[in-house]
Ligand binder design. Structure first.
Ligand SMILES: C[S@@+](CC[C@H](N)C(=O)[O-])C[C@H]1O[C@@H](n2cnc3c(N)ncnc32)[C@H](O)[C@@H]1O
Length: 237
């Protein structure tokens, strides 16, 4: 657990599973509340709504290609990965989904989450398989979706190859500023293919300025219900 403590910002706080509480958000879907950090994993206005709007509608659905290599920063509950897998099937899109996290959740917490019930039971087997998939190896979940869960500290992570799409879903900059430092955002910019995009729920002016400073074209888009704005950043061709 020492590695966790060293990486955690701002207080070198340890992330203990007993510090996590499952809570209902306004759309009826669950999120987790991390007591030590006083931070939610998703918007309490609606976890599924947020994930759909920010990552699926403004990210995945904007990709004009038959195949996409995607990187997620912060696997967490697997909600983004699950919705992406479901959407990929209906979009007839092939997705190779790489996702990084340093603090995997316990099976006990994951079993409490109601995401598959929210989807009428659709993909329940896939959600389970996604969580059972080993870390640091690729697993095929459906003919159109592979997942590679990377167990590593994002701050020390060196992406291999380029991505068409990045879901930047770290805890908020005021809670975990190290994840949003310019060198970390530059690492993401370098990992994008020309024409690739990064989406995040965050709409902070400072983050926009840093993204512009490293060469991104930054769009401020309407946020999900309850949040005014979000960011989409493009790496120019
Ligand atoms: C906002 S949550 C991600 C929510 C997730 N995308 C989902 O769909 O549930 C942020 C995630 O970042 C992870 N995290 C925090 N610090 C990290 C680090 N240094 N390296 C990698 N992951 C980290 C946390 O464990 C947490 O799962």
């Amino acid at each position: 657990m020492e590695g966790f403590q060293a990486a955690w910002q701002p207080n070198n706080m340890n992330m203990k599973q007993q510090e996590l509480k499952v809570e209902l958000t306004a759309d009826g879907s669950h999120t987790l509340y991390l007591q030590g950090l006083e931070e939610y994993y998703h918007s309490w206005h609606g976890a599924v709504q947020e994930s759909r709007h920010v990552f699926i509608d403004q990210g995945l659905k904007q990709v004009k290609a038959g195949e996409v290599r995607l990187l997620e920063v912060g696997f967490g509950t697997g909600l983004n990965a699950y919705l992406t897998c479901m959407e990929a099937e209906s979009m007839d899109l092939k997705v190779d989904y790489d996702t990084i996290d340093l603090y995997p959740l316990s099976g006990g917490i994951i079993r409490k989450l109601n995401y598959t019930q929210q989807m009428g039971g659709k993909g329940a087997g896939i959600f389970k398989k996604m969580h059972r998939a080993g870390w640091n190896r690729q697993t095929t979940l459906t003919p159109s979706f592979t997942i590679y869960k990377i167990l590593e500290d994002f701050l020390k992570f060196h992406p291999e190859g380029r991505y068409r799409l990045i879901y930047f879903d770290a805890f908020a900059p005021e809670k975990q500023p190290a994840m949003w430092q310019e060198d970390q955002l530059k690492k993401m910019f370098d990992a994008l293919e020309p024409g690739g995009i990064l989406v995040t729920y965050c709409a902070k002016g400072k983050v926009k300025r840093m993204l512009r400073g490293i060469g991104c074209q930054v769009e401020t888009l309407a946020g999900p219900p309850g949040k005014r704005e979000m960011i989409r950043a493009l790496r120019p061709e």
